[in-house]
Design a protein around this ligand. Structure first.
Ligand code: SF4
Length: 337
């Protein structure tokens, strides 16, 4: 069994809302509200959910790009939350992020080879005279050509710029990469190429990915395990096959029902589950189960008691669901409680 590389426990990230005459904190946006999970070495674990569910905030809190409000983030044996700024700077080379829009995080006045060389210089990786050759080697690994190394970011397409972002992350020899919606801004035709590249590099560089996406189709392509997030909580965790074939949380089922079936004429029909209402505000999330305002199976207990992630029923090992009634929903074929 592979080693546990990342262990997140009770992670919270609340953004203060300022107001009043003195600009004091009057409330909080509870973007991430007590999530716990692990990621093993060599795995790709995805965090999926609708826009605003807190998945990108979770990624930022893990990297301490935003200071967590509570919880621990143990990476390779160290609790990142307790590290000083200088200790955290040293750890950052092992823990990289690829953003949705790499252009926003790349200096437009630097050639792409300089972008990579500078990243290596900051972390003191390789002697100065070897950095350019390594940068060019990495650009070639991500599918760019050596003759493009001295071009500026604006001379590349969106897909090529994402390749530069990946090469920059790789230049620090990371152990874990947080991929935050890395293909959602790309054309559909380019997405599969970038996902396949990430998979290829994972094998070659022995990488571990925490993959953040709103798109279950993308997540299906790349993940070993999937975590579904709703309004700051994780509501279901399962390996890819269990999640797509045996999902148990009513919210996951609704998300899956919205994915088009490839060959409907061959008799594979999927009944679309339309959720009532909008996602409630993370400023005043509903008490009890966060999903109760939209759930087809809601009962009184759901309005009062937060369901813990738990196994049971006919779930595979490691498949966890945060719902008081998932066994009854399962027994009723997903129709009644
Ligand atoms: Fe629905 Fe209740 Fe389960 Fe929440 S706990 S998902 S409201 S049945």
């Amino acid at each position: 069994m592979s080693k546990e590389l990342l262990k997140v426990e009770g992670l919270k990230l609340y953004y203060p809302i300022k107001g009043g005459v003195f600009g004091q904190t009057v409330n909080h946006v509870k973007a991430v509200d007590g999530i716990s999970f692990t990621v093993n070495e060599g795995e790709t674990v995805s965090l999926v959910g609708e826009s605003g569910c807190g998945k990108s905030s979770a990624g930022r809190a893990i990297l301490r790009l935003e200071e967590p409000t509570a919880g621990s983030v143990v990476f390779d044996g160290k609790d990142l939350v307790t590290l000083s700024k200088s200790e955290m700077r040293k750890v950052r080379k092992d823990l990289q992020i690829i953003f949705q829009d790499p252009y926003a995080s790349i200096n437009p006045r630097q050639t792409i080879v300089k972008v990579l060389e500078e990243a290596m210089q900051i972390q003191n990786i390789l002697p100065r005279e070897e950095r350019r050759a390594r940068a060019i080697e990495l650009l070639e690994k991500v599918g760019l050509a050596a003759y493009q190394a001295d071009r500026f970011p604006h001379e590349f397409s969106g897909g090529q710029r994402q390749r530069v972002g990946i090469a920059r992350a790789l230049s620090l020899n990371p152990k874990l990469i947080i991929c935050d919606e890395p293909v959602s801004a790309l054309d559909v035709s380019i997405r599969a190429q970038v996902l396949n590249l990430l998979k290829k590099l994972q094998k070659e560089f022995k990488l571990t990915y925490l993959f953040i996406s709103h798109d279950l189709g993308v997540v299906r392509h790349i993940s070993d395990r999937i975590m579904v997030m709703y309004l700051g909580h994780i509501v279901e965790i399962a390996d890819k096959v269990s999640l797509f074939e045996n999902s148990r949380h009513p919210y996951t089922r609704a998300l899956l029902s919205a994915i088009p079936v490839p060959n409907p004429e061959k008799g594979r029909q999927r009944q679309r589950i339309i959720l009532k209402g909008d996602v409630p505000s993370p400023i005043n999330p509903p008490a009890g189960c966060r999903f109760h305002t939209r759930c087809l199976y809601v009962k009184d207990r759901c309005r009062e008691e937060i369901p813990e992630l738990r196994g049971g029923g006919h779930l595979a090992n490691g498949h966890l669901v945060a719902c008081h009634y998932f066994e009854e929903i399962e027994a009723g074929g997903g129709k009644t409680v």
